[in-house]
Design a binder for this molecule. Structure first.
Ligand code: GLN
Length: 473
């Protein structure tokens, strides 16, 4: 008995009785136990996963199963699943249990997916290495001395190590795509407003999107089809229907592809990653696509703009954790004010506190115009310029990360270095465009390298089908 690496193969096996959902789930449960040292799972939902598996097996027998019947999915620990614990890898949510399910979870369950557990991540999704977690770092299965990437490190590792078929992550500045790149899996950030954020623990609400991490592009497309769409609980979600992934009419014509010239001369870009990226460009040209270098004057402004705006939003979003309504409360306090103070001091980790303070500062009277309002204006310029690129080109490509996975601990005490990890991924969040990271091979140290492809808003299927051609899947 084996676990299948694509939903297509799994579906055939389930329909022809070669395997069952219970068997698939049981096998994953065993593997999760065996690979505990990777630290990907915070909690396994063994009981509910097996119960759902049994029910879905019955449905398959009757032929009444949903689109994702038997797909075993693990979820980042910032997505609510009713009756199950959730912590955003933070002490401040210790013991908290979701009282409702996120819309994405409702949609997955409706199509008979099986939710197997919750995954380690950076605290409140803040980080690029999955080291800011109360549960400790997640280790990269390609080399356990290396980080998994972040903040959805647990999601990338769970898929890469075969501990589930699909994982959900969230992406505010690269948190799906960068760990996907470090672990050699596919990671898709949908267009902002494509997928409901209802039931996602907010980090920066005008940036956050939920998306899939998968072994292959088709699985990402299939999951996107199910989780996207209008939601009464999130008024920012677009009404425009996404349609069927399998029936999408992809036009296999030569594409116009741009890359930002300054990306290739960026001082952080590793030589081998650059070479592999250039090789990919050559092979695209050989296939008849037209690749053009373009100039993007705001490259150096992307990371600062992102960190001013996201910390501002985070400082507001995280004000709700006060010891009254959720999870942890300090016992040692003398009065209400002191209780707030101690709860937040003890409950939040260093990085989260740093961002709350930074965000409060950039929003404060006297500095608001200088930082927050200015960053909003720069975001607009970045947005306009990005839209302009897609008036002329089908896709914008770059390496996903300037380098491959780095050693655990090396950047932990240097926040600026850690923030610069996001240099190639934050543009898509600032402008709301969809973007995907797909693996393009291993470097000389046997670590995965990812390529980053971005497209126009609401153009995910085109993006995914093109990515398939690019990776020869
Ligand atoms: N690394 C980025 C940050 O720390 C991205 C996080 C994310 O996308 N959630 O903010």
């Amino acid at each position: 008995m084996k676990n299948y690496c694509s939903y297509k193969d799994l579906y055939v096996a389930l329909k022809s009785n070669k395997t069952s959902c219970v068997q698939q789930t049981t096998l994953y449960l065993k593997k999760i136990k065996k690979q505990k040292n990777l630290n990907a799972f915070i909690e396994v939902f063994e009981k509910t996963a097996l119960e759902t598996s049994k029910k879905v097996d019955e449905k398959i027998k009757k032929g009444t199963q949903g689109k994702l019947a038997g797909m075993v999915v693990a979820i980042k620990d910032n997505i609510c699943y009713k009756g199950h614990k959730i912590s955003a890898s933070s002490k401040i949510l210790e013991g908290f249990e979701s009282i409702y399910s996120a819309t994405v979870i409702e949609k997955l369950l409706k199509e008979d997916a099986i939710i197997i557990g919750r995954l380690n991540c950076d605290e409140f999704a803040m980080g690029s290495a999955n080291e800011n977690s109360i549960y400790g770092p997640v280790l990269n299965p390609h080399n356990k001395r290396k980080v998994a990437g972040g903040s959805s490190g647990g999601s990338a590792v769970a898929v890469a190590a075969g501990l589930c078929l699909v994982a959900l992550g969230s992406d505010t500045g690269g948190s799906i795509r960068q760990p996907a790149s470090f672990c050699g899996v596919v990671g898709l950030k949908p267009t902002y407003s494509r997928v409901s954020r209802h039931g996602l623990i907010a980090y920066a609400s005008s940036f956050d999107q939920i998306g899939p991490l998968t072994n292959n592009i088709d699985d990402a497309g299939l999951v996107l089809e199910v989780i996207s769409g209008k939601d009464d609980f999130d008024s920012t979600v677009s009404n425009s229907p996404i349609g069927s992934y399998n029936e999408y009419n992809y036009k296999n014509t030569p594409k116009k592809i741009a890359y930002i010239e300054e990306t290739l001369s960026h001082k952080l870009l590793n030589k081998e990653v650059k070479e592999m990226f250039l090789k990919k460009i050559k092979s695209l040209e050989k296939k008849g696509h037209v690749i053009s270098p373009i100039s993007f004057p705001y490259l150096d402004y992307l990371v600062p703009t992102y960190y001013v705006l996201t910390t501002a939003e985070a400082s507001s979003n995280l004000s709700r954790y006060d010891g009254v309504r959720y999870g942890y409360r300090s016992e040692a306090s003398s009065d209400l004010q002191d209780m707030y103070f101690r709860t937040r001091t003890e409950g939040f980790g260093e990085e989260v506190k740093r961002r709350i303070m930074l965000g409060t500062f950039v929003l404060s009277a006297g500095y608001n115009d200088e930082y927050f309002t200015k960053a909003q204006k720069i975001r607009r310029l970045i947005y306009d310029k990005t839209i302009q690129i897609f008036n002329d080109f089908d896709f914008l490509i770059s390496p996903t990360s300037p380098h491959t996975a780095f050693d655990v601990g090396v950047k932990y005490n240097d926040p600026i270095k850690m923030y610069l990890e996001d240099v190639f991924t934050v543009q898509a969040n600032l402008s709301g465009n969809p973007a995907v990271s797909i693996p393009i091979g291993l470097d000389s140290k046997n670590l995965p390298v990812g390529i980053h492809i971005m497209s126009n808003h609401f153009n995910e299927y085109n993006l995914l089908y093109f990515s398939k051609k690019l990776s020869n899947q």
